[in-house]
Design a protein around this ligand. Structure first.
Ligand code: NDP
Length: 498
């Protein structure tokens, strides 16, 4: 029996009625149960509904609350209120994740990491929904769902399938840059505290004069980049499947608060017109030498969530959550994400996901959206639910917040092929050439370890991409695969490397 002398509050039902005993109500000590044991019925029914659908991607995550502090004046680029003065602080919530694994997957896997950051600003929430890599696998949103299918499970075997993954990548040379990062030493982070975060897409910044520049967001870890070798990760996963969650949670519990330096890269419209790559192509970086990092502020995580489900599982980040002074760019992938993320939350969490405490803006919310599941109506109560209206105190649009117009020139509407007229090899090659000899060798060994499980024709197609990025890259992977490239170059060889 529990000890009632400890001054605990009285246990109640969800309707608040006090509960005398936590024991099944039965006809006699051996049962059966009675329908009138409503307390037991409620407990059983609620339990059946405890889970919400896991995210289709980024299902496994860890998060923390924190503070962002402005350290440098960037008001010449943006009128965002939370960046208006050096020293200004804004509350944030940052959720890290792996991408492909389900909710119970191990943390220490070779995979991209999600870096989704919510700034609770005085002019609405700004969600910076990025990754730990500055680029992505595809540039046309038609390919996103297909790509994710290849990262998940084979429909019949229910196994992750290397042939499926490499078949897709071999057909999508634009993925080579990100594939090279994924299989590099930075593809298997040691912890969430030891990764950088990138907005990856190009966004726009607008200042108080209505001038627009294009920009990229970078969050550089102050803990230093740290990664695991594959054998270290395998041993770690055997001992602890939650290594990232444990590391982040325990560091914050003991007051060792992780920090990131927030920087931007800025490109003017004029520079965009002569940039050697499409500045809105998500598979490309802007070289630091041409577009140096400009410091903005410091991000610190300093408080663990009290309840994982309420705060982390239900946290909902949407690239469409933008604030005055920060806007989208023509990037096709970003444009698609502006719709799909909020839509996913409406399905997974509910139509009123923004009313939950972790997602709720800290500024007044005034709109004419109404009702749906779980609406609290806290923000609008009895106020009118239509616009335009002549009611006193009803929310009205304000022209001061209008963005400068976009000049799209003589844009032609078509379904443009995202694989033609693109250089998919130079930047992947540049990254490869940054690696020392040992790093190149580890990269090739890892790639061959998984590419070797794909069909021979897929291996040959993919090898051509490595060769186009850098001959040494191609030769190393071929050697690790046991493929004699020189023999294949001979006239009459079964597979041509041309
Ligand atoms: P720079 O030498 O100026 O920048 C290199 C960048 O690469 C640094 O940000 C560095 O991060 C990062 N880096 C180092 N090793 C790896 C790795 N194994 N995987 C991923 N990133 C790594 O050159 P460029 O700006 O011309 O970029 C060259 C290549 O570097 C690009 O093709 C891209 O793949 C990669 N890169 C570029 C970034 C950019 O914004 N320009 C950002 C991240 C990567 P750090 O300084 O933290 O060590």
């Amino acid at each position: 029996m529990p000890d009632n002398s400890k001054k605990c509050p009285v246990l109640t039902t969800a309707d608040g009625a006090p509960i005398a005993r936590q024991q099944a109500l039965t006809a006699g000590p051996r049962g059966p149960l009675l329908m009138q044991d409503v307390q037991l019925l409620e407990q059983m029914q609620h339990f059946n509904r405890e889970r919400i659908p896991e995210r289709v991607v980024h299902a496994k995550g860890s998060a923390a609350h924190g503070t962002f502090t402005v350290t440098n004046d960037v008001t010449k680029y943006t009128k965002a209120a939370f960046l208006s003065k050096v020293g200004k602080k804004t509350d944030v919530f940052l959720r890290f994740s792996t991408v492909a694994g389900e909710r119970g997957a191990a943390d220490a896997e070779r995979d991209v990491r999600g870096f989704a950051l919510k700034f609770y600003t005085e002019e609405g929430n700004w969600d910076m929904v990025g990754n730990n890599t500055p680029v992505f696998f595809v540039r046309d949103p038609y390919k996103f769902q297909m790509f994710i299918h290849t990262q998940k499970r084979d429909p019949k075997s229910n196994l992750r399938d290397m042939d499926m993954q490499w078949d897709f990548w071999s057909q999508c040379p634009e993925s080579l840059h990100q594939v090279t990062i994924l299989f590099s030493d930075r593809g298997l982070p040691a912890s969430y505290r030891n990764i950088n975060g990138y907005g990856s897409h190009t966004y726009s910044l607008i200042n108080d004069k209505g001038e627009r520049v294009w920009c990229k967001f970078h969050f550089k870890t102050k803990q230093g980049i740290k990664n695991l070798m594959d054998d270290e990760a395998a041993a770690l996963v055997g001992a602890d499947r939650e290594s990232h969650q444990r590391d982040l949670f325990e560091a914050i519990e003991k007051g060792d608060y992780p920090q990131w330096r927030f920087c931007i890269q800025v490109m003017t419209q004029k520079q965009a017109e002569s940039f050697k790559w499409n500045p809105f192509d998500l598979t490309k970086v802007w070289p630091h030498a041409d577009f140096p990092l400009i410091e903005v502020g410091t991000l610190e995580l300093n408080r663990n969530p009290e309840n994982y489900h309420a705060e982390v599982e239900q946290s909902s980040f949407s690239p469409s959550a933008l604030v005055p002074g920060i806007g989208p760019s023509p990037d096709k992938m970003l444009q698609a994400r502006l719709m799909s993320y909020a839509d996913a939350h409406r399905h997974r969490v509910g139509n009123n996901f923004q009313q939950l405490p972790v997602n709720k803006p800290r500024c007044p919310v005034m709109h004419y959206q109404r009702d749906g599941h779980m609406a609290t109506a806290a923000d609008y109560g009895a106020k009118p639910n239509y616009w335009p209206n002549t009611r006193e105190g009803a929310p009205m649009p304000d022209e001061r917040y209008s963005d400068p117009a976009w000049d799209l020139g003589q844009a032609v509407v078509d379904r443009f092929d995202s694989t033609v007229d693109h250089d998919d090899y130079t930047q992947a090659g540049n990254l490869y050439r940054m690696f020392d000899d040992d790093h190149r060798d580890r990269l090739a060994t890892r790639i061959a370890g998984v590419l070797g499980q794909a069909r021979n024709e897929v291996q040959m197609l993919q090898l051509c991409h490595f060769f186009r990025a850098d001959e040494d890259y191609g030769r190393r992977v071929a050697t690790k695969l046991g493929i004699d490239v020189d023999a294949l170059m001979q006239p009459g060889a079964k597979h041509s490397m041309a």
